[in-house]
Design a protein around this ligand. Structure first.
Ligand code: TPP
Ligand code: MG
Length: 346
């Protein structure tokens, strides 16, 4: 079998020589039903964010919005390899991961519009979705901050012997944060059941990775903490599933954390309104050829004979789901001024 782990290069670096001859491929055991569910979830993430872009442009979303469009496979591949009650943290761009983990999209859309029915009662907005019921310990607007929070959750799981693991999604911009480096050290020392997923989309805001990272790859740096570290094609949802499933099995076997560098790309700017002067249209077009949703669609068509009719039915269901979420959010009530101090802790 050909390995799914990627040899593609991050900007300015050679590919990290991850072990590529491991024949264990948990995704081989996925049923067609599960694969279709992954496909539908990726479509839902994209359609949800496309709808938010429209609402943002129409002036209905306040604050900043950081779309993850193009990064659906890192989220769905990763979260589908977790148990429903495993912990997860992510960034202000983590709508992909939250929807993949199973957040209620009505409540998520209501949060985007600042409504009381939102996941954070309309007070957090785009960057602070939180839902303990699905293990989501919060998106985080502070670069790198979700990593120690996930490590704390992993320590809890270890002490309680609960059989849960914690996964932290973060960007390539997090890797020079002190708390990130300290967490890697402790996590390896204490063999925490922690999965560290770096969504390396090659830019931190407007800074290309090769302007901030002297290593050949991000996984190479993590390997410096005596930690298992691999580089994965983050636009291949099955490769992501395999990497996280393997990491989860290692964590539960007491073998400690795994670092997964997932190579991916955001199609839109850092946030709505980003003039994108730091990258070329050609580069964006090149990455769109590796679109994660189109690739799973091709796989489903070639290997499982999924028909145009089946794909169209999924598209229709997804469009309806997002339209329902928008309608729900629009009619939902705003919080009132007397609620301002509710749920505020000091
Ligand atoms: C501690 C901290 N420093 C700086 C910022 C400003 N900031 C917001 S997003 C960002 C870039 C992060 O890039 P990356 O981690 O690669 O994530 P991406 O946006 O690419 O998903 C920066 C520097 C911040 N939010 N927090
Ligand atoms: Mg980045």
């Amino acid at each position: 079998m050909t390995p799914r782990r990627s040899e593609s290069k991050p900007a300015g670096g050679q590919p990290f020589a991850a072990p590529v001859n491991d024949p264990v491929r948990p995704s081989d055991a996925l049923t067609l039903e599960q694969l279709l569910a992954m496909y539908e979830r990726m479509k839902l993430i994209r359609a949800f964010e496309e709808a938010v872009v429209q609402l943002y442009v129409a002036g209905e979303v306040r604050g900043s919005f950081h779309p993850s469009i193009g990064q659906e496979a890192t989220a769905v591949g990763g979260c589908f390899a977790l148990a429903p009650d495993d912990y997860m943290t992510c960034t202000y761009r983590g709508h992909n991961a939250c929807i993949a983990k199973g957040i209620d999209v009505n409540a998520a859309m209501a949060e985007m519009l600042g409504k009381r029915a939102g996941v954070s009662k309309g007070k957090g907005g785009s960057m602070h979705w939180t839902e303990p019921a699905i293990g989501l310990l919060g998106e985080n607007a502070i670069v790198g901050a979700g990593v120690p929070i996930a490590a704390g959750a992993a320590l809890t799981a270890q002490l309680d012997r609960s059989g849960r693991v914690a996964l932290a999604y973060f960007g390539d911009g997090a890797i020079n944060q002190g708390m990130f480096l300290e967490t890697l050290n402790l996590a390896q020392l204490w063999k925490l059941p922690l999965i560290l997923v770096c969504e390396n989309n090659l830019y931190a805001e407007m800074t290309p990775l090769d302007r901030s990272n002297p290593h050949q790859s991000i996984a190479e740096r993590a390997a410096g903490f005596a930690m298992r570290a691999v580089t994965v094609d983050g636009n291949d949802v099955l490769a992501m599933y395999d990497a996280v499933a393997e990491a989860r099995a290692r964590a539960l076997a007491g073998e400690g954390p795994t670092f997964i560098e997932a190579l991916t790309y955001r199609y839109l700017g850092h946030m709505i309104g980003d003039p994108e002067t730091y990258r070329t249209k050609e580069e964006v077009a090149e990455w769109k050829k590796r679109d994660p949703i189109a690739r799973l669609r091709q796989h489903l068509f070639e290997k499982h004979g999924v028909s145009e009719g089946q794909f169209a039915a999924i598209d229709e269901r997804v469009a309806q789901r997002v339209a329902d979420a928008v309608a729900f959010a629009k009619q939902a009530a705003l919080p009132t001024p007397d609620e301002v101090w509710d749920d505020v802790w000091a």
